[in-house]
Design a protein. Structure first.
Length: 205
């Protein structure tokens, strides 16, 4: 299983900025003067029909997203919001497997000037929702079993996968659109509770 983390490298900030301008748009939303301080909380997963579940999900239930930025990808027709102290790096469909073949990374989101921190990733896989979920949960399943929950993201039925994978527990959303699955990958700890809040803003247009 390949985690998104310190091993991800970039070229320069200028190159990243140029990519964003040509392939997508990042637009600020109105700034608020009295934003709330995020409080990390846990929510329990329900066991699904396959008997899989029981994990804890770390969330930022009180975070104010009014001053977040919005990234739009016109190629895949989705948007996602993220805090203004973070940055998004567009990737030109670089191959990465997340433990499964034919998976490309579209974008990485991380804190500004903290390249060593784990990044939240957006990936695309040319298979259906169920096929992609089965492939992801088969990775190292004897060592790191997965918990699966059915959720709704951006008005679409999706699957949430959580796993204690090596050094850091991870969380993934898998959403299908036009026979292609989109995988949102984040870290499931209190320190990175914003990852799930970011993932919940994902929607197609």
């Amino acid at each position: 299983m390949i985690l998104v983390g310190a091993s991800c490298t970039t070229s320069t900030e200028q190159t990243n900025a140029n990519k964003e301008q040509t392939a997508a748009s990042v637009t600020p939303t109105p700034t608020v003067t009295n934003s709330a301080t995020p409080q990390a909380t846990s929510e329990n997963e329900n066991t699904n029909s396959d008997g899989v579940g029981g994990g804890e999900i770390i969330t930022n239930s009180s975070v104010n997203t009014s001053d977040w930025l919005t990234y739009e990808n016109t190629q895949y027709q989705f948007r996602i919001s993220y805090p203004n102290d973070m940055t998004i790096e567009e990737i030109d469909n670089a191959s990465t497997n997340l433990g499964i073949q034919n998976t490309n990374v579209i974008a990485l989101i991380s804190e500004k000037n903290k390249s060593s921190n784990p990044k939240m990733g957006i990936y695309v896989h040319p298979e259906s929702l169920d096929t992609t979920v089965n492939l992801l949960t088969d990775v190292d399943k004897d060592i790191f079993p997965s918990q699966i929950t059915e959720i709704t993201v951006g008005g679409k039925t999706a699957k949430q996968i959580t796993r204690n994978s090596g050094e850091l527990p991870i969380i993934m959303y898998v959403i299908e659109n036009n026979n292609t699955s989109f995988i949102l990958f984040g870290i499931n700890t209190e320190e990175y509770a914003d990852h799930k809040t970011i993932m919940n803003t994902f929607t197609f247009f």
